[in-house]
Design a protein around this ligand. Sequence first.
Ligand SMILES: C[S@@+](CC[C@H](N)C(=O)[O-])C[C@H]1O[C@@H](n2cnc3c(N)ncnc32)[C@H](O)[C@@H]1O
Length: 249
Amino acid sequence: MNASEQSASDRGSHSTPALYDAIAGIYDPWSASVTEDIGYYVETSLDSAGPVVELACGTGRIAVPIAKAGRRVIGVDQSAAMLDMARAYAEREGVGARLDLRLGDVCAPPVPERVPLVICPFRSLLHLEGDAAKLRALCAAAALLEPGGRFVFDVFAPSREDIEETDGRWLEREPGIWERADWDEAAHTLVLSVRSGDADVSFALHWLDHRSWERLILEAGLVVESLHGWFDRRPFSGGEDMIWVCRRP
Ligand SMILES: C[S@@+](CC[C@H](N)C(=O)[O-])C[C@H]1O[C@@H](n2cnc3c(N)ncnc32)[C@H](O)[C@@H]1O
C-alpha cells in the first residue's frame, strides 16, 4: 500500500486531501532554487548521533540528502502525495532503507522513538495558525528528544520591502510555475498561491517575530542554544530569516 492508499484508508472515504497533495508533483521544480538550507541540515545531522526526525518532511528535499550522508531519517508529513514523492526520491538515490516515512501531523507525530535531533526545515511551522498550534508542535518536538537533544527549525518574518515588492503580483518563479503572495501585515498572514498546469492551490503562512518564537520555545520546555540569521550560521541580527537551535535540557 503506498502512502496515498494508506492515507485514504486511514481517513475513510470522507477524507479531505492535505493541501500539498495538489502540488506534490510540482513541489520540487517549484522549490528548485532553494538549496542553501540543505548543507546546513545535513551538517547538523552529522553533528548528532542520529537518527533524525524531520517534521513536515515533504518530498524528501532535505531528508534524502541526510540519508545519503549516512543518517537514518524518520519523516513525518500530513500529505500522502508528498510522502510518495519522498519515497520515490529515496529509492532513486538508493537510500530507501534509511528513510522511514510516516503519515501524520506535526502536532502529534506518530513517532514513539526518542532521538537526539528533530528538524523542521523550510518554514513549515508557519502553516500552523495561532500560538496554541505552534506551541503544540514545539511541545511535540520537545517530547521526541532525548535529554540534551536538539530541535532545529527555520522560519521567517517578512520585511516591509519584501511585502511591498511582491504583494498581490503573480510572478513566474520557475518556468511555467507561477506564485503570488498576498500579505496581511496586521494579521501576520501570507496567503501564497501557486499555479502550474492543472495545479492551483493557495495556503496561508502565519509568521511571528523572534520575541514571540522565543517565548513559545521556552514555554515548550526548550532552551535556545543559538539563533542564526542565515544558513551560514551568522548570528540573527533582526533580518527576515531565523534558524532556531533549541535544546532539551
Ligand atoms: C514548505 S513544505 C516543506 C517540506 C520539506 N521540509 C522541505 O524542506 O522541502 C511544507 C510541508 O509541511 C507539510 N505540513 C503542513 N502542515 C502540516 C502538519 N500540520 N502536519 C504535518 N505536515 C504538515 C506539508 O504537507 C508540506 O509537505
